[in-house]
Design a protein around this ligand. Structure first.
Ligand code: PMP
Length: 401
């Protein structure tokens, strides 16, 4: 029965992590996987998360009954309000609601299922480059027209807005356009507010459907409101849209799979119909979501002093990343490494598209035990005060070799 099953290609980021684990070098550095690390190179459980977990574990009123198909209501309400803002007109007018999903990936899949099967959408556009799972999720769902739009100018190492607008201008009406809400993965390069306005103008004119992927709210700048600016701007302009939220990075809840799909409609009259269809989609995919991560997020966001502690933690994570960006740029400049490295500090969030080419990446992995994606993307969180000199010297050697 199984004799003819072909072996699928390895998923680069997991293959690199495996290679890193198997590497016996004491100098090894993992800059591939997308997870936060402390300055000591360790994973971090946010103190407010730890505290909340203890409370949940000892709460006699909490049991392990199933959640409703669309999840924990106190969580979806808090998540939807976090992304749209407590003053959101769409919320006040009851034109927006959320359903719990299996983290950001699950939100994207449920969104894609709804758009394809209910609204008969066939065409999706994602940025070039983008998080590689975007293509797979929409292809697996049945979308038949998968396109990329230009986003990154490799020579100038900045956003290619002209290319992006030109490509979106060619998109047929009703195409689904995936937009990274903030901290674009993998480039770390976001549109400015002025550029977002131009993108919104074009999408409105061409009747394109915005699907925001929000995997880094608060983690990017340290300010959840600022990181949701683009989404709220589109909502204020009257777009109907989806937002796929992940709480993996901003709560450090990677494996707990806490996510939310927010739906913003023109009128609350469509809510029950949409909600019922999302319920059926989730029922067929996995019946109902896990409770653990959602309980933690709900408790923290709905308790003012815990929420304040969380705000302090996201500030500390984002400022450590900014500090690493500055140190890396300064060290490369001090070493006289050929090229301009300012893009490293102009980018935001977990990742930097360094501009290193595949050959240079090969040198870093083989000769220096520094693991990064072949596109030159690095996770800034893998850097710390203990390894940054080593990494900068290695990059300098790879660029000049
Ligand atoms: N979108 C983007 C752009 C991401 O970077 C990620 C995480 N790597 C996700 C979605 C989803 O992550 P998760 O399913 O772990 O929430």
């Amino acid at each position: 029965i199984f004799a003819n099953v072909p072996k699928g290609p390895a998923i680069e980021v997991f293959a690199l992590t495996r290679a890193f684990q198997d590497d016996a070098s004491t100098k090894k550095v993992n800059l591939s996987v997308g997870a936060y690390r402390t300055d000591a190179g360790q994973p971090w459980v946010l103190p407010v998360v730890r505290k909340t977990e203890v409370g949940i574990a000892t709460d006699e009123l909490i049991n392990h009954e199933y959640l409703p198909v669309t999840g924990l209501e106190s969580f979806t309400r808090a998540a939807t309000e976090l992304v749209l803002g407590s003053e959101s007109k769409a919320l006040k007018e009851k034109r927006a609601f959320g359903v719990q999903t299996i983290s950001g990936t699950g939100a994207l899949r449920v969104a894609a299922e709804f758009l394809h099967h209910q609204l008969k959408r066939q065409t999706v556009y994602y940025s070039n480059p983008t998080w590689e799972n975007h293509h797979k999720i929409f292809a697996d769902t049945g979308f038949t027209k998968l396109h990329s739009y230009r986003y990154w100018d490799q020579n100038k190492r900045q956003l290619d807005l002209e290319g992006m607008l030109a490509d979106l201008d060619q998109a047929p009406a009703e195409s689904v356009i995936i937009l990274h809400a903030c901290a674009h993965n993998p480039t770390g390069m976001d549109p400015t507010h002025e550029q977002w306005k131009q993108i919104a103008d074009l999408m409105e004119r061409k009747k394109l459907f915005p699907l925001f992927d929000s995997a880094y709210q608060g983690f990017a700048s340290g300010d959840p409101d600022l990181d949701a600016w683009a989404i709220r701007y589109f909502v204020d302009r009257g777009f109907e849209l989806f937002v796929c939220q992940s709480f993996a990075k901003n709560f450090g809840l990677y494996c707990e799979r806490a996510g939310n799909l927010t739906i913003v409609q023109q009128s609350g009259a469509t809510r029950d119909m949409i909600h019922s269809q999302l319920t059926l989609i989730i029922r067929g995919l996995y019946s109902n979501p896990p409770a653990y991560g959602a309980r933690i997020v709900s408790k923290v966001l709905n308790t003012p002093d815990l929420r304040q502690e969380w705000m302090e933690s996201i500030k500390s994570m984002s400022s450590r990343i900014r500090q690493m960006r500055k140190l890396l740029r300064d060290k490369l400049v001090a070493l006289g490494t050929p090229g301009n490295w300012d893009h490293i500090v102009n980018q935001i969030g977990m990742f930097s598209y360094t501009g290193l080419n595949e050959k240079q990446v090969g040198v870093l992995i083989k000769d220096y035990h520094i693991y990064l994606l072949k596109t030159g993307r690095i996770n800034m969180c893998g850097l710390n005060t203990g390894n940054i000199d080593y990494v900068a010297t290695a990059i300098n050697a790879a660029v000049t070799s």
